[in-house]
Design a protein around this ligand. Structure first.
Ligand code: 8OZ
Length: 370
């Protein structure tokens, strides 16, 4: 019987176990450059089979929150090198999550204070996070976006390609495309945010076109075995909505089967919330999604996330419903989560007040066993 503690090969990446650290935004990267303490943070957690970094902007336009890191400037690449070296020295594996927020942004975070970009000029009913000059943080409504001109889309695909190359230069073992949680790629996928009437809107095939082009560019640039993706078929995060997610995401995974990717990462339910969250008329069938991927020839490892505890994760892997399970908040509070799960030891509780922004407190100071 397969357990969480068995190794697995995901594309070109060899994982020592099937426990991944989910991508977690921490807002501790002043000027979008990973701080020195960030190398310590990830290295502390290097016994994970795979670390996935916090979402990392592919461009200035892709930025939507204060103090989140990027991967488009030389000093950012240098900052990430410190992280990957520390993780590799500790025996871990690490990929970075490539992110364009689309409409989930604020004018003050955009180049020249401009409007955030989106498939359509529809404001997301959600908030973003700003940090003021005095260091205080605040959640504020996102700014009204402008619709991207079709002529701008090749430039965005190019930004993804360049960021993937920068990730390899920074020493990452691969990248995960952030196609989840209501950010740019997900905004194109879902009918609620995509009202376009060109080749990137309307039909499912059209709404998935940007995603397919991004995957094509990245896999050609760094190889499919170092490329992964995260999707969240029903999440309402950041005002994401679609009346009929099952056929949409069936088409998405059928397209993903074209490349021998490292893994496909699925957020089940509402991100950080109810696992049985529903959009549309029927509960989402995740087993059918995976079956559609397999039927289309998909070979990547299947990673699941959202509200898993030890029992649920062990059952998912033992019963073959998942190859890898990603843990989020539990990894913030338990740097030695793998050991604790293995020993069935109690977990430290997380402190939500230090999730976003701040110092080493709530970042580097969670205790390990013994
Ligand atoms: C929490 C706060 C800010 C961003 C996501 C990147 O939901 C995020 C995020 C989460 O994927």
């Amino acid at each position: 019987m397969t357990t969480l503690f068995d190794p697995i090969t995901a594309g070109d990446i060899r994982l020592a176990n099937r426990i991944a650290m989910a991508p977690l935004t921490r807002n501790r990267a002043p000027d979008a450059v990973p701080a020195p303490m960030t190398a310590t943070y990830y290295a502390q957690r290097a016994t994970a089979g795979l670390l996935i970094t916090e979402a990392t902007a592919i461009s200035h336009q892709g930025q939507g929150y204060a103090n989140v890191p990027g991967l488009y400037a030389p000093e950012q690449i240098e900052g990430w090198k410190r992280v990957t070296e520390a993780v590799h020295a500790a025996g871990g594996k690490i990929v970075t999550q490539l992110w364009h927020v689309g409409r989930v942004s604020h004018n003050s975070l955009q180049p020249d204070g401009g409007a955030p970009v989106a498939p359509s000029a529809i404001t997301a009913r959600t908030k973003t996070y700003l940090i003021h000059a005095d260091g205080s943080g605040e959640f504020v409504p996102t700014s009204a976006p402008r619709a991207l001109d079709i002529a701008e889309l090749p430039g965005i695909v190019e930004d993804y390609r360049r960021a993937a190359r920068a990730a390899i230069e920074a020493g990452f073992d691969g990248i995960e495309v952030h196609a989840a949680n209501g950010y740019l790629i997900d905004q194109f996928l879902r009918a609620g945010s995509n009202h376009r009437n060109d080749a990137y809107g309307g039909s499912i095939e059209n709404r998935a076109r940007l995603l397919v082009e991004v995957m094509e560019a990245i896999t050609a640039e760094i190889g499919a075995g170092r490329t992964a993706i995260r999707i969240s078929p029903v999440t309402p995060a950041n005002d994401a909505s679609d009346p009929n997610p099952q056929p949409l995401f069936t088409y998405v995974v059928e397209q993903l089967a074209r490349w021998p990717l490292a893994y496909v990462h699925v957020v089940e339910g509402a991100t950080g919330g109810a696992r049985d969250f529903q959009q549309g008329d029927a509960p989402f069938d995740y087993a059918a999604l995976r079956a559609a991927y397999a039927r289309a020839g998909g070979k990547a490892a299947w990673m699941v996330n959202n509200g898993y505890d030890r029992e649920l994760a062990e059952a998912a892997v033992a019963e073959g419903r998942a190859d890898i399970v990603a843990f989020g908040k539990a990894f913030i509070a338990n740097p030695d989560l793998v050991l604790r799960l293995r020993e069935k030891a109690p977990l430290n509780a997380w402190d939500t007040s230090s999730f976003y922004g701040g110092s080493e407190k709530g970042y580097l100071d969670y205790p390990t066993l013994g």
